[in-house]
Design a protein. Structure first.
Ligand SMILES: Cc1cc2nc3c(=O)[nH]c(=O)nc-3n(C[C@H](O)[C@H](O)[C@H](O)COP(=O)(O)O)c2cc1C
Length: 177
């Protein structure tokens, strides 16, 4: 059966460049379908142990958890805010981790980041590279994509080295499914 990949942009910006990059990579999949997750569709309260104790998990968190449960792998591109996860992603990640500590279920993860800057979100990428393996993330490839607006134009990657690197990562990711 065709594999089902979930793409996630780690941001709630309407025009999120990380959502664009994750979905661009999703479109490179040869033999798999993909489901786009927009965090705006999973708006949940700021995590608090009190809300959890008093009200349980928000429906948006259990809905997203169900999507993750059914996925065969993930292409995640993280936005970098002050060197770390965006608050929106961290909040969702915290809720998900309360439902199931192995958030990513030991499934293959292609981990990306991008920003308008030359480091392409390398700091947040490193945070996730260190952390996701403890959360069930089987990271099979990663890449920070620098200077997004210089290297991605008209819905395509215009830097041939970056384009090839990402294409190769998607091939390796699909082999790991
Ligand atoms: C509060 C804030 C902090 C930011 N901090 C960083 C940063 O540490 N490193 C970086 O490369 N870009 C930083 N940026 C710029 C983001 O990379 C840029 O807004 C990018 O578009 C975010 O990804 P998104 O479009 O997927 O939301 C920051 C932006 C905001 C709003």
């Amino acid at each position: 059966m065709k594999k089902n990949i979930v793409t996630i942009g780690g941001s709630t910006s309407k025009n999120s460049i990380n959502k664009i990059l994750a979905e661009y990579a999703g479109n490179l999949l040869q033999n798999s379908g993909f489901t786009k997750v927009d965090l705006n569709n999973f708006e949940m309260p700021l995590f608090s142990v009190d809300i959890e104790n008093e009200e349980g998990f928000p429906k948006e968190a259990t809905d997203l958890n169900a999507i993750i449960e059914q996925a065969d792998g993930f292409i995640i591109s993280l936005a970098e805010h002050n060197g770390a996860y965006s608050a929106a992603f961290k909040n969702v990640f915290d809720w998900l981790s309360r439902i199931e500590g192995k958030v990513w279920r030991n499934k293959p993860v292609l981990l990306l980041s991008t920003s308008p800057g030359a480091r392409g979100g390398e700091s947040v990428l490193n945070i996730a590279l260190n952390r996701f393996p403890y959360m069930g993330g089987n990271i099979v490839g990663s890449m920070s994509f620098p200077s997004f607006f210089d290297n991605f134009k008209d819905k395509d990657i215009v830097n041939s080295d970056l384009k090839l690197r990402l294409a190769n990562l998607v091939v390796e990711f699909e082999k790991a499914l």
